[in-house]
Structures are given as C-alpha cells and as structure tokens.
Design a protein around this ligand. Structure first.
Ligand code: MN
Ligand code: MN
Length: 336
C-alpha cells in the first residue's frame, strides 16, 4: 500500500466525533431483519458474529438525484423481511440458523462533511472486519465503496482483495466537478491509492454514455476487466459471472462485492439516483450474487445507491434487501 497517500487515514477530519466514538445508532424502526444491535466494539466482539450489517447513510457524493442517505433505513425496514425463521427456497437453507448475523449500526456520518464521512465509514468497516465479522455495508451513494473496500483490503492484508462491481457505471472518473470523492470516482481512488490492483477489478453491467472514452482508456491501462450489458445479453449471467470470479481472483484470495442497485433496469429498480435504461433484471442480479458468494471467500460487500424518495412501492429497497439475503443464504449454504 501507499498509505501515506490515502485520504482515509488521519485524524483531522473526525471533528467532534473522535475515532473512538463510533458507537452509533440505527434508525428507530429497527435493525436489519431484527437481528441484534451491536454498535460498539465490545458487543460486536461478544456476539461472535459471522456477518455484521453496517449503515453508511451519506449521499454527499451524489452528482444527480440525491436521497441515498435514506438507503440504510429503507433496506433495513423493507416491507417483506422475514426474521429468524427465514428459509431460502433457492438454496434450501435457513441463513440465521447457520450464521450469526448482527447489525453494527451506522457509521456516524453527518451531512455536508463528506471527507469526514468517508473516514468514519472507513474506521467503522475496519473495526467490524477486525471483529471477525464480514461487513455488509448498506449505502449511501457509491462513494462509500472507496472507504469500505479500502477497509477490507487493509484488514485482509497481506492477502489481496479482488473486487466484483455490479453497476451501470464504471465510477472510475478521476474527478467529478472537481471532487475526488464523488460517487463517480471511488474506483479510481481504490486503484490510485493501491488498495486494489486494476487487474483484479472486474465490472459487470456497464452501459449507457458515461464515463467518457478517456476513463475507459485509463481503466484499460490499469488492467481493469469489464463485462458490458451487451455481453450479459449475449453470453448470459452465469458465463459472465464465472469470468468475473476468475478475473477477480487472478492473484487475490478474497473478494469484495459491490452492488450498485442501478445495474438493474430502472423499471425494476427505479429508486436510485442515476438510472440507466436497459439493465439487468432483478432475477439476474440475485442469481449472480448467489453464484459469486457461493464460490468465493467473501471478505466484504456493499449495496449502494438505493434512493427511497425516488422509489415506487418500495420495490428498490426490497430488491436491495434481497441482495443481502441472497448473500447471507449463500454464506450459510457454504457451511452445510
Ligand atoms: Mn455506482
Ligand atoms: Mn451506477
């Protein structure tokens, strides 16, 4: 790592909330699937959790429609959650029987201080990973993947992490409107700072008209691998996902999975900030998540860009909740 270059490390942006004050809340409506709340290091360690949900409720990195700061609240309280008796029909497993899952609460972000938000998210995810739990981070806009994936990379070091990134957008611009910490730039920061190698950064579902050619030229020079929506159409989800798994693990031993809900067609996931027509189906995304988490050692994941103010009938937050459930069920099934 070239840690001296990282924007994520240092004390000056914590402000009145020091790095030791990460014992924070979840929305009063409750934890993810009513699992126990373990917001501090002590309760998290005592829980022996295999997986910990973390909220990252910021959307100060958004360039278009905002609202993703309400994503964690909406995903945690998605309309059809099942609680402890959940039974995966897809995988024939009871995820909460085989896994200890807790909710570590939210990283203590405050609005309008985005650099600080990314630092406290980094610290929170790093502590969760340090407890031995796999962090499952609920965004928030996609800028949170920079501190979150970096925290996982820092935790697993000297093992390396590969990234599988589902998105309509590559999010690898150098800057957006002069900002280095936009939701359009997190993948560039992860590569520039050395947290992840470009050759192990794999993107699925890209489409539309952004970013511009120069960014793709930079990605190619870094060794990025990407699979556009056209390739998903032509080869099918399984073939593309199998390639993505192999490419992400071409060197690394563990995988960080980042799911931007806008990889799914806006007809099935309208509640997002930067919708792009012509996306995957919800069914394809859930299948892909099962296939990846069932095949790799998952070191961390996030589900980002759910913007409840733009949602219809809560379908987007339900889909995001199901993305997490498919990951939990796949982790559970591996323990059979
Ligand atoms: Mn994104
Ligand atoms: Mn996107």
């Amino acid at each position: 790592f070239r840690l001296e270059r990282s924007e994520l490390l240092g004390e000056d942006e914590f402000g009145e909330f020091g790095p030791d004050e990460l014992e924070y809340y979840v929305d009063a409506r409750g934890t993810f699937d009513k699992v126990p709340l373990c917001p501090d290091d002590e309760s998290l360690a005592a829980s022996g959790a295999d997986v910990a949900i973390v909220g990252a409720p910021t959307d100060d990195g958004t360039s278009g429609r905002p609202g993703a700061r309400f994503g964690p609240r909406a995903i945690r309280s998605a309309p059809t959650t099942w609680g402890r008796d959940a039974w995966s029909i897809q995988l024939e497993v009871e995820p909460y029987e085989r896994l200890t899952v807790v909710d570590a609460g939210d990283a203590p972000v405050v609005p309008s201080r985005h650099a600080r938000a990314l630092r406290v998210i980094h610290e929170k995810v790093f502590r969760v990973a340090g407890s031995g739990a796999i962090p499952v981070v609920l965004g928030g806009d996609h800028s949170i993947t920079y501190p979150s994936a970096a925290a996982v990379a820092r935790h697993v070091w000297p093992r390396r992490v590969g990234v599988v990134h589902f998105d309509a957008h590559a999010d690898a611009a150098d800057s957006i409107s002069g900002s280095l910490i936009s939701h359009g730039t997190p993948m560039r920061r992860l590569i520039d700072e050395g947290w992840v190698q470009g050759s192990n950064f794999v993107q699925v579902g890209l489409r539309g008209y952004w970013p511009e050619k120069a960014t793709f030229d930079w990605m190619r020079a870094q060794g990025f691998r990407w699979h556009t929506i056209v390739e998903v159409e032509e080869r099918g989800v399984d073939a593309v996902v199998d390639d993505a798994i192999a490419e992400s693990l071409d060197g690394p031993e563990v995988v960080y999975l980042s799911v931007d809900i806008d990889v799914v067609d806006p007809g099935m996931a309208p509640g997002t900030g930067t919708p792009e027509p012509g996306g995957m189906t919800g069914r394809e995304l859930l299948r892909a998540v099962r296939r990846i988490v069932g095949a790799v050692e998952l070191a961390g994941m996030d589900v980002v860009e759910v913007s409840p103010p733009y949602d219809q009938s809560e379908v987007t937050s339900m889909l995001a909740y199901r993305v997490v459930m498919e990951a939990l069920s796949s982790l559970a099934a591996r323990r059979t």
